[in-house]
Design a protein around this ligand. Structure first.
Ligand code: NAD
Ligand code: IMJ
Length: 256
């Protein structure tokens, strides 16, 4: 029997087969979970649907997280179809491309708002709606963060400020939902080549630095992240909440 036999989970943030969310979905499915998927827009619908169908998922729903009505629609459907929910994977981030270069101090008011809305507020909005379906069944919420929340990483700019807020939100949400038996944690993943890393100038150099300086002397893979997500989604982590767990080959522990 799998670690997640007959558990019900929803995955936010699959864009393609390279997405961290997709690797997590595969790991959860392997352990027996039934999964629902959401997609951000029409273009992604055609990418996400075949992936979801390839693992026998029957629930694939539109959800642009900047639209309250779409998040409502997702949880209305989950309530109707499943009546309850054990796992939420939040693997979403977005900043406008021009905000991910140059100086942080040049971040526009609108660029800041959009990045915070999509990358941080979405976790709050999702958690609030998921809670009634998740309480009292040992459920777990997992989100994704990055080292740029705590140290300055070139070009990460407003996303770094968003990830600081996201990690803090994980702690406040953990305090809110813990008494109702629901856990929430973040995985701080090392750099990995996905759509969200494409076209970022200097990304190759960052991968090289991690390979040279991290204790494990290698970059991480989506599967490394997925294994930790599986642990956080399952009862193996039943005493863990409000935490940020690093899956970064140990990179963040190093000084000079
Ligand atoms: P990805 O591009 O595959 O995933 C990002 C997802 O965010 C996409 O599926 C996209 O559709 C979704 N998204 C963006 N705007 C949205 C909106 N308005 N509504 C709904 N969904 C929206 O890239 P990824 O690397 O798998 O990123 C997943 C998570 O992992 C992000 O939170 C990212 O910050 C985090 N992360 C990535 C890395 C890395 O190096 N790739 C490292 C650490 C953390
Ligand atoms: C992103 C930008 C700058 C430096 C970066 C990254 N480094 C890493 C990332 C060093 C590892 C990837 N990452 C951790 C992210 O959270 C990416 C978020 C992101 C990426 C894009 C690219 C395309 C776009 N908007 C984006 N918004 C958020 O238009």
């Amino acid at each position: 029997m799998g670690l997640l036999q007959d558990k019900k989970g929803i995955i936010f943030g699959v864009a393609n087969e390279r997405s961290i969310a997709w690797a997590i979905a595969k790991a959860l499915r392997r352990e027996g979970a039934h999964l629902a998927f959401t997609y951000a827009n029409k273009t992604l619908e055609s990418r996400v649907k075949p992936l979801a169908e390839s693992m026998g998922s029957e629930i694939v729903l539109p959800c642009d997280v900047t639209v309250d009505g779409e998040i409502d629609g997702v949880f209305d459907t989950i309530k109707e179809r499943w009546g309850g929910l054990d796992i939420v994977i939040h693997s979403i981030a977005f900043a406008e491309k021009n905000e991910l270069k140059g100086m942080f101090m040049d971040t526009s008011r609108e660029g800041f708002r959009i990045a915070m809305d999509v990358s941080v507020y979405s976790l709050v909005a999702i958690t609030r709606r998921a809670l009634p379906l998740m309480e009292g069944r040992g459920s777990s919420i997992v989100t994704l963060t990055y080292y740029g929340s705590e140290k300055v990483v070139k070009n990460y700019n407003v996303m770094g400020v968003c990830k600081s807020a996201l990690e803090s939100a994980v702690r406040y949400l953990a305090s809110d939902i813990g008494p109702r038996g629901v856990r929430i944690n973040a995985i701080s993943a090392g750099p990995v080549k996905t759509l969200a890393a494409m076209g970022i100038s200097g990304f190759r150099d960052i991968l090289d630095v991690v390979e040279k300086k991290s204790p494990l002397r290698r970059n991480i893979t989506q599967e490394d992240v997925a294994s930790t997500a599986l642990y956080l989604a399952s009862s193996l982590s039943s005493g863990v909440t409000g935490e940020v767990i690093y899956v970064d080959s140990g990179y963040h522990i190093m000084g000079v």
